[in-house]
Design a protein around this ligand. Sequence first.
Ligand SMILES: Nc1ncnc2c1ncn2[C@@H]1O[C@H](COP(=O)(O)OP(=O)(O)OP(=O)(O)O)[C@@H](O)[C@H]1O
Ligand SMILES: [Mg+2]
Length: 275
Amino acid sequence: MMRRNQSPKTIRVISVTSGKGGVGKTSVVANLALALCRMNKRVLILDADLGLANMDVMLGLNPRYTIQNVLKREKRIEEVIVTAPGGFKLLPAASGIQELTELDNGERLFLLNELDSIQDRFDVLLIDTAAGISSNVMYFNFAAMEKVVVVTNEPTSLTDAYALIKVLNNKYHQKRFKVLVNSARSASEADRIYRNLGLVADQFLGSPSLDYLGWIPYDKMVPASIRQQQMVLQRYPDTPASKSFVSLAEKLMGKEEEQAFAGDIRFFWRRLLKV
Ligand SMILES: Nc1ncnc2c1ncn2[C@@H]1O[C@H](COP(=O)(O)OP(=O)(O)OP(=O)(O)O)[C@@H](O)[C@H]1O
Ligand SMILES: [Mg+2]
């Protein structure tokens, strides 16, 4: 029987991705997860950098099992998920396992089905993808309802982001992206980077397909906290980057129109069967 006041379960599935490596995806995902957790959201991170996992290292965790054990049918997903400092959950990936860098379709669907089975327990699923345009990266971005593309002021970060967006658009018909500028020196620099990306992308996407999600300042406390295997928001809550992560989390959650469309993971992932 339906309980009264039972709202339909909605989970936001958000991928954080980039063309170029090392632009701050893993840092963004970890700190965003913590900020969302403090807003009483139930957050799960999927470390989708499957062959070169490092979210667990960044969080100072040493997980016993990984996604590889799930794919080998040795463990159920709930046995593999670990709790991170701050209370959010992580589904860890394995490192140095080359076969994970190119999952086949059967493995991908199995993984998504496993995630489906636990979706009721979470409000937000954050996917930390690998960099680049490999088929795994494309797949996880396609599976996510919301795609956050991280860029920095390096010109190669912009050209690589452009390449990523282009492939997702041309081959996977993805039209909407949120742009997050990381390691910027000022709001105006971040704005210029966003507009530069928009100028090239609009030529084939048509505007307004690139939403400006915001920017995170360059902050030396980010690498300092990574060296201590802690999130900057946890270790240095008052530093500028930490404050920006909190604002970013609030902005993401404030977009009500997105939430209305969030729906069920299955609804989105079913599309994958059709390609
Ligand atoms: N806002 C920031 N200010 C200063 N340094 C930063 C910032 N964000 C990230 N970094 C630094 O950039 C480096 C790369 O960060 P991170 O590992 O999060 O990037 P990534 O995109 O996940 O990399 P990869 O593509 O290898 O997975 C780290 O040393 C991190 O400390
Ligand atoms: Mg990373």
